[in-house]
Ligand binder design. Structure first.
Ligand code: IPE
Ligand code: IPE
Ligand code: MG
Length: 257
């Protein structure tokens, strides 16, 4: 008897294509990354920290493109935390300039790149010029057909996000729009910066640190964390593949047996 897979009728070819997909399991729908290690990358090379942030911006471009080819629908990246203002004026200024340059480029190319942008964090504390670029990127890209949505966490802190959401909810109660009894997890989620975005299945932190540093505390309660030794500027598509492989080895139970 001939083995079934050699019968090359249309049906079997389709069947073989499906088998291939299970060999390379699909990428998670939503991946979040703490882009850490830029400073150490620069230090190792005797360069200023800002050079590490430039190399980090390149790594972001590379990985965002790769996520699109993998079919990842949401990519959330931690770019600047509410605690990062503690750094020198020179370093903060350098990071903000890089962000501005990236956003101008992204606005120019967004139709071609099929990327939608959202911003998580308190943008009101940013330079007005940078705020304007963020709003432009968000508003213009919402009109395009997109393959991937990038959520930039800028002046973002998970605790700050929860406090701002609590204030907005309290204001709605005070205005008589809803009552305290209406508050549920899903209602509260809609007051967060991430409203409407599904929770990340996978959170990756390169650089060797094993902590979350105020990143997505509400959204990541059931995310799988993968901590990696590579510094963010060195992060390659093959590293993302490794993290996704590790994710697929996990047994996600969500509190069940
Ligand atoms: C992450 O890299 C970028 C930001 C926090 C803005 P770091 O600048 O924290 O790099 P390390 O951790 O000092 O190496
Ligand atoms: C987290 O990295 C913030 C970003 C990557 C934007 P940090 O470098 O600020 O975190 P800690 O200080 O090591 O916890
Ligand atoms: Mg760091």
């Amino acid at each position: 008897m001939r083995p079934q897979c050699l019968v090359l009728e249309k049906k079997e070819v389709l069947f073989l294509a499906n088998v291939d997909k299970t060999v390379n399991p699909p990428a998670p729908n939503h991946i979040a990354i703490i882009m850490d290690g830029n400073g150490r990358w620069a230090k190792k090379r005797g360069l200023p920290r800002t050079a590490g942030h430039s190399a980090g911006a390149e790594a972001f471009r590379r990985i965002a493109n790769y996520c699109r080819t993998l079919g990842v629908r949401y990519l959330t990246v931690y770019a600047f935390s509410t605690e990062n203002w503690k750094r020198s004026e020179e370093e903060v200024g350098g990071i903000m300039r890089l962000l501005g340059a990236y956003l101008r480029e992204a606005i120019r190319d967004m139709e071609k790149n099929h990327v939608r942008f959202r911003f998580f964090g308190d943008l009101t504390q940013l330079d007005p010029h940078l705020q304007k670029l963020c709003w432009e990127a968000q508003n213009q890209s919402s009109a395009y057909e997109h393959e991937v949505q990038v959520n930039f966490c800028l002046n973002y802190g998970g605790r700050d996000e929860i406090l701002r959401a609590a204030r907005k909810f309290a204001a709605d109660v005070a205005a008589g729009k809803c009552s305290e009894a209406d508050l549920s997890e899903s209602v509260f989620s809609n007051y967060l910066d991430s409203a409407g975005v599904p929770d990340p299945e996978l959170v990756i932190r390169p650089s060797g640190e094993q902590r979350t540093s105020n990143f997505l505390p509400w959204q990541s309660v059931y995310s799988e964390y993968v901590f990696m030794d590579v510094l963010w500027p060195d992060f390659k598509p093959a590293d993302l593949d490794k993290a996704i492989e590790e994710y697929h080895r996990r047994n996600r139970r969500f509190g069940g047996a």
